[in-house]
Write a protein that binds this ligand. Structure first.
Ligand SMILES: NC(=O)c1ccc[n+]([C@@H]2O[C@H](COP(=O)([O-])OP(=O)(O)OC[C@H]3O[C@@H](n4cnc5c(N)ncnc54)[C@H](OP(=O)(O)O)[C@@H]3O)[C@@H](O)[C@H]2O)c1
Length: 391
């Protein structure tokens, strides 16, 4: 099958692209140029960062081609002829790109998340099978509690972030287009996608990566203070959250595997799927694994009533991670009846969010942060003295 994949150099896109190629599909990857790098160099860099053995030179120009484009521009920034060529050559478009920041200017969500879903529908209508496979999110359920069905969507519901709202509105666009027979669709709703189950690989912009990096930084700070002033009298460090709630983390390789299975399954058209973990980890267990990995037994959860007692460092951390904290109190359960019925006995089980898995991910974040710090110092050393540094 020939698949037009958007967001191919993102966190999920990278793993998905590798899986689709490994399954023998031909992929055209839409990537934008950014930060002085062209689309080809950017995609090559992420693919090799994820899998240093990825046979990039072998597939490029053969089963993999790269198109430079931007979701905010008309026809993805392609000229009319090349746009139609790409669409007619593709069997389906797998629309995965999005702005995944939890809060930003609404116009960006409107343009990137909702606008690009409309563009993907338009593109799909020109593909050979008029087919759109769309990556949504389990959190289109917003602030709902209890069991959420894969068939349910309320774009006017209540949401914990503008990101969630925009994803619900975008999914609604896709559903409406399917309802009117403009395109055939299948919709994927992953929960919180976390690192690869084998090596912990994650994008540095990822929310979990950011949270762990901040936590490791605070841990180092407390540890260093204790080192310079003698043993710290109290290394207690509290995070706001309910240890009894669960977090539905799902490894990126598992999500990619499910998507690449579903796009090959005829019965999946016309349905949406919760690509979620059937046994989500509790915040209590997660904390225990992080405590053990960082050797930080004094790390704990605390309730909102305890906010007044927080130290200034705990408060600073809480303020800087407020955007994530709203996810630490409750989450719904995600029904997977449609996924089970379509994949049947082929449905793979995701790895459990075990201590080893969490250690791999936290270890990966720490390794990447150290590499970045070393690089920063090397660059600073190589600059002439008095070189103006913009901060
Ligand atoms: N990560 C999660 O936990 C999670 C959970 C549920 C659902 N999802 C959904 O899964 C999909 C992939 O998420 P992800 O975590 O892989 O996100 P990501 O790492 O932030 O990747 C997003 C991708 O979209 C591209 N993109 C953004 N704006 C663009 C534009 N204007 N034009 C062209 N490309 C643009 C990015 O390209 P640049 O590199 O050029 O910015 C990147 O390739 C998204 O639809 C997301 O909503 C993610």
């Amino acid at each position: 099958m020939h698949i037009f994949l958007t967001g191919a150099n993102g966190f999920l896109g990278t793993v998905l692209l590798r899986d689709l190629l490994a399954k023998g599909h031909t992929v055209t990857a839409l990537v934008r140029a950014k930060g002085g790098m062209d689309a080809q160099s950017r995609l090559r860099e992420t693919l090799l960062d994820y899998d240093p053995l990825f046979p990039y030179d072998k597939v490029i120009g053969g089963t993999l081609s790269i198109v430079e484009g931007n979701a905010t521009q008309s026809k993805f920034g392609l000229d009319e002829r090349s746009y139609l060529d790409h669409a007619r050559r593709s069997d389906i478009i797998l629309h995965n790109l999005a702005c995944t920041a939890l809060e930003t200017d609404w116009n960006i969500y409107e343009e990137v998340n909702i606008g690009s879903a409309r563009k993907a529908i338009e593109f799909a209508a020109h593909t050979r099978h008029k087919a759109l496979a769309y990556v949504s999110s389990a959190y289109v359920a917003g602030a709902r509690t209890g069991m959420v069905l894969e068939s349910e969507l309320d774009p006017l519901g209540s949401f914990r972030s503008s990101y969630e709202r925009s994803k619900a509105m975008a999914e609604n666009e896709v559903r409406v287009a399917a309802y009117y027979g403009i395109v055939r669709t299948m919709i994927f709703r992953p929960s919180i996608i976390v690192g690869d189950s084998q090596n912990g690989w994650m994008c540095e912009e990822h929310h979990f990566f950011d949270f762990i990096r901040r936590l490791s930084w605070v841990h180092r700070l407390i540890h260093n203070r204790a080192g310079s002033d003698g043993p710290a009298s109290d290394q207690q460090f509290r995070l706001l959250g309910n240890p009894k709630t669960t977090k539905n983390f799902i490894p990126v390789d598992h999500v990619a595997k499910l998507i690449s299975m579903l796009v090959d399954t005829d019965a999946a058209w016309g349905k949406s799927f919760h690509l979620t973990h059937p046994e989500p980890v509790s915040l209590k267990a997660l904390m225990k694994y992080v405590q053990e990995f960082l050797c930080w037994p004094e790390l704990s959860w605390c309730s909102r009533e305890d906010v007044q007692d927080l130290s200034s460092l705990e408060r600073r951390f809480a303020r800087s991670t407020r955007i994530y904290e709203r996810y630490f109190w409750q989450e719904p359960s995600f029904d997977q009846a449609q996924l089970r019925s379509v994949l049947g006995i082929r449905l793979p089980r995701p790895d459990a969010l075990s201590k080893d898995f969490v250690s791999r991910m936290v270890g990966f974040v720490q390794k990447k942060s150290i590499q970045k710090e070393i690089l920063r110092k090397e660059i600073a050393r190589s600059l002439p003295k008095n070189f103006p540094i913009l901060t």
